[in-house]
Ligand binder design. Structure first.
Ligand code: ATP
Ligand code: MG
Length: 424
């Protein structure tokens, strides 16, 4: 993408090498931080905004606040500045894809992947909120996903939330009488009471109403993103930004499961709670929402673990005959029920079967008890593995066996000898 700024060095520090994207507020470049010979991303704000009164000072204030954010799931702001009227913000360069691209190319996403992506986004939000920073423009385009490896070398996805605070920093617009006026943006017509406006499809009722905002506006936007991850659809769509805003305020969203049958019921409940019209009916904060999501994930994990772990010894019955499970047994049977509603992948099955089925050559004596209780075949999405106990004969038993064989042999020889004697 051509830009007259290509090749220019900002403040003697950052050389603009390539345009990587453009949004409604400015252009993003791949750039080189000259002192460190390091690749960074630079967002240069549109020049027209910089001319507005107070804009530059507010931009710097927001950029400074964003630069204090230091969390693995938020994009790191390395610098910001004003080079002869060009306001810019320098960030870590992200070699990944945004959530919108993932949605359009890879939907449907598995429940565990959705939970993972949302949990990471919420982790970034929790820290930002604690520092008093509200994002105000959460949308899939502002959630970047990178592929990387964890400590053990497994491929994982790493979320980076972009544009904290500065995504929709708009000029103060006052009418002749000093009243706020409506301002039109590329994404919609919304109030410009102060400074920040968002993308109407993801905006909370209080945001489209121009009311004071707190972190719960981000929870609403995240509810919309979760809705989209589950269904590929937006809860509300309209060509008119005003009508869309009205729907955000007054219309209840459809149930995600009405659009995509089979959605995890708890995940759907979390999505709808985040999207409640009144902020006090949503999650109180990002940590609470994250904990709810991870509880679903935890239940799935423990169920999978139960299926993968070596089975307990035969004496540890899971359900007493004609009785209710109790204690550990109750937890196991609960895990089995969760597993039933989240069938394991082919890889999980292969894994579980490898652990649970040693070859008969390896085990001299095998007892296979009858299937018991709630872990019986019908309840699990995979066949129950036989439980195996290995009983090695002791040296004494072997001696006894040998003696018995000798006696039997001796008895046979005597019997044959007597028969022959009688026959003569
Ligand atoms: N830190 C970064 N590293 C690499 N690429 C980035 C980075 N930040 C943004 N981009 C790319 O630049 C594009 C434009 O980003 P920008 O924030 O300007 O617009 P947007 O978020 O898509 O929309 P809007 O301006 O309406 O909020 C993004 O789609 C993304 O692909
Ligand atoms: Mg952005």
């Amino acid at each position: 993408m051509p830009s007259p700024l290509l090749g220019r060095t900002l403040d003697g520090k950052f050389r603009l090498d390539e345009v990587v994207g453009a949004g409604s507020m400015g252009t993003v470049f791949r750039a080189t931080q000259l002192t460190l010979s390091k690749t960074v991303a630079i967002k240069v704000m549109k020049k027209e905004f910089a001319k507005e009164a107070n804009y530059a000072s507010r931009f710097k204030r927001e950029a400074k606040a964003a630069s204090r954010l230091d969390h693995i799931n938020s994009v790191r702001v390395v610098d910001f500045g004003d080079d002869d009227g060009l306001l810019y913000i320098a960030m870590e360069y992200l070699n990944g894809r945004d959530l919108l691209t993932i949605l359009s190319k890879e939907w449907p996403l598995s429940t565990s992947r959705i939970i993972d992506l949302m949990s990471q986004t919420l982790a970034a939000l929790a820290v930002a909120h604690e520092m008093g920073i509200v994002h105000r423009d959460l949308k899939p385009e502002n959630v970047m996903v990178l592929r990387t490896k964890d400590d053990e070398g497994h491929e994982v996805e790493l979320v980076k939330v972009c544009d904290f605070g500065v995504a929709k920093l708009l000029p103060d617009r006052k009418g002749a009488d000093g009243e706020d006026v409506q301002s039109a943006t590329a994404t919609g017509t919304l109030t410009a009471t102060g400074m920040l406006i968002g993308t109407p499809e993801y905006m909370s009722p209080e945001q489209v109403s121009g009311l004071d905002l707190d972190e719960r506006t981000d929870i609403y936007s995240l509810g919309v993103i979760l809705f989209q991850l589950l269904t590929r659809c937006l809860p509300f769509e309209d060509k008119s930004a005003i009508k869309l805003a009205m729907r955000q305020i007054g219309e209840e969203p459809r149930r995600p499961s009405a659009l995509t049958p089979g959605i995890d019921a708890k995940l759907e409940a979390i999505c709808l709670r985040a999207m409640n019209k009144a902020p006090e009916d949503r999650f109180a904060g990002a940590r609470e929402m994250r904990a709810e999501l991870r509880a679903i994930h935890g239940a799935k994990e423990s169920a999978t673990h139960a299926a993968r772990s070596p089975l307990p010894p035969v004496s540890r019955r899971i359900v007493p005959p004609n009785g209710e499970p109790s204690g550990d047994d109750a937890a196991l049977s609960k895990a089995a029920t969760v597993l039933a509603s989240h069938p394991p992948s082919a890889a999980d099955r292969a894994n579980a079967e490898t652990i649970a089925a040693p070859s008969s050559k390896d085990v001299p004596d095998v007892e296979i008890p009858a299937a018991t209780g709630t872990l019986a075949a019908g309840e699990l999405a995979m066949p129950p593995a036989p439980r195996v106990t290995v009983t090695q004969p002791s040296a004494q038993q072997l001696q006894m066996r040998k003696r018995r064989m000798w006696l039997a042999g001796f008895a046979i020889v005597v019997a044959v000898g007597l028969l022959l004697a009688f026959a003569r």
